[in-house]
Design a protein around this ligand. Structure first.
Ligand SMILES: [Zn+2]
Length: 410
């Protein structure tokens, strides 16, 4: 290992690679975990300092990338951070996490729910409970409910949407979500049971009648962030609904039509609803990339024949478009809107997914039906594809902002 041989040139090559393949894929490729504390800041973007240094080492002639277990390099992120500072880079120490799970931690906890699914029986009770509660948060309904109300609502949903043979037992998933820190339970006398013993769990809920609901930080995230909602829906649908149509459930809990735009606040089209902060855009993309990495792995095992499309990616593209066709040469999209008051736009994957294109905003555009038809069937489609790919990349690089399409004021 020759850390001191690394110069700014190799660091910048590693940064460039990270930008090109995305953070999740980059970390995976080099075997690093996301930085907990020290972040390299370069041209306004943040990077995992230790992973960047490890990757940079591989750009030295005849050298290999350093891994977290390379002797002498395993000694902590602080070392990498100091080294980057010496080369003149900006390194910031991230704030310690607040009291509740943030977006990433929440997604991680929900992803871990996979482990609870046995091969023979894909229980839907947990995703059903979570989606029901998410629908309530989305509508701003009270976070905590009496146990009788929670139980009645979930029993109804389980009867309609649970798998055949699945028990109508809301206590079990709620106890499990509570253990994972996602669900808060209040006003009980006995300590909460953590036993897997079946009858015990039900008895505990019957006796204690806890008020409960989503943990406050989770509720707040669901309430205020459409990206979080879509990311969690993507994750749950992906994990639990393979081969099943989640639409009837999503529709019953009020989570259909939450994309492409925020709920209507009044009549008419309000430009505010297209506002998406760069941070939110970036967060959404990070999730899309993480999921992309998993999906690719899964597809290669042959269990999934059809690419799974991300609701989050679609939403990010529609928001980015601010309701306007993203073809710079568009001659005009329909002035009409749909019954839901949405502009008539279609999200297109510029490079065909079946031929290696990515389900990622950097390769997707929002098009009006005319431009979409030209892009699919027109003689000029190859030239248009080049233009659209550039538009997608530029707007993506601008963090969802950037140039606005034709016909848009400002
Ligand atoms: Zn158009």
């Amino acid at each position: 290992m020759a850390l001191s041989d690394i110069s700014r040139v190799e660091i910048e090559k590693a940064i460039e690679e990270c930008n090109r393949i995305g953070r999740a894929a980059f970390l995976k490729a080099y075997g690093f975990r996301p930085a907990r504390r020290y972040l390299l800041v370069h041209e306004g973007k943040q990077y995992d300092s230790k992973a960047i240094v490890g990757a940079a080492h591989g750009f030295l002639p005849g050298e290999r990338p350093l891994t977290p277990s390379t002797p002498g390099f395993s000694g902590g992120a602080e070392h990498a951070a100091r080294f980057l500072k010496r080369l003149g880079f900006d390194v910031v120490a991230e704030e310690p996490a607040q009291d509740g799970p943030d977006h990433d931690e929440l997604i991680r906890r929900i992803t871990r729910m996979k482990a609870n699914r046995s091969a023979s029986h894909r229980a839907l009770y947990k995703p059903i409970a979570l989606l029901w509660a998410m629908g309530r948060a989305h509508r701003g309904e009270p976070r905590l409910l009496a146990w009788t109300e929670t139980e009645a609502a979930l029993q109804l949903l389980l009867r309609r949407h649970g798998l055949r043979g699945e028990r109508l037992r809301p206590d079990y998933p709620i106890a499990s979500l509570h253990r994972e820190g996602v669900w808060e339970l209040r006003d009980f006398t006995d300590p909460v049971t953590t036993a897997h013993g079946d009858a015990k769990v039900k008895r505990w809920f019957d006796t204690n009648q806890p008020r409960g609901g989503l943990a406050e930080p989770v509720y707040d995230l669901f309430r205020r962030s459409i990206v979080t909602r879509l990311a969690v829906i993507d994750e749950l649908v992906d994990t639990f609904f393979e081969g099943l149509d989640p639409t009837p459930l999503l529709s019953e809990v009020g989570l259909v039509g939450i994309d492409p735009a925020e709920p209507r606040t009044g009549s008419g089209r309000t430009p505010e609803r297209w506002l998406l902060t760069a941070a939110e855009y970036e967060r959404g993309c990070a999730f899309v990339e993480e999921r992309e990495a998993q999906t690719h792995g899964r597809r290669s095992t042959g269990t999934t024949s059809r690419p799974i499309r991300s609701r989050t990616a679609r939403y990010l593209v529609l928001s980015r478009s601010r309701g306007r066709c993203e073809n710079p040469d568009c001659t005009g999209q329909p002035a009409d809107v749909t019954d839901d008051d949405h502009p008539i736009l279609e999200v297109d994957h510029v490079l065909d997914l079946t031929r290696g294109g990515r389900d990622h905003p950097s390769q997707m555009v929002a098009l009006c039906p005319n431009c979409h038809a030209v892009k699919t069937r027109g003689r000029t489609r190859e030239a248009l594809r080049e233009i659209l790919l550039r538009v997608a990349q530029e707007r993506h690089a601008a963090g969802g902002g950037g140039a606005v399409g034709p016909g848009v004021a400002r």
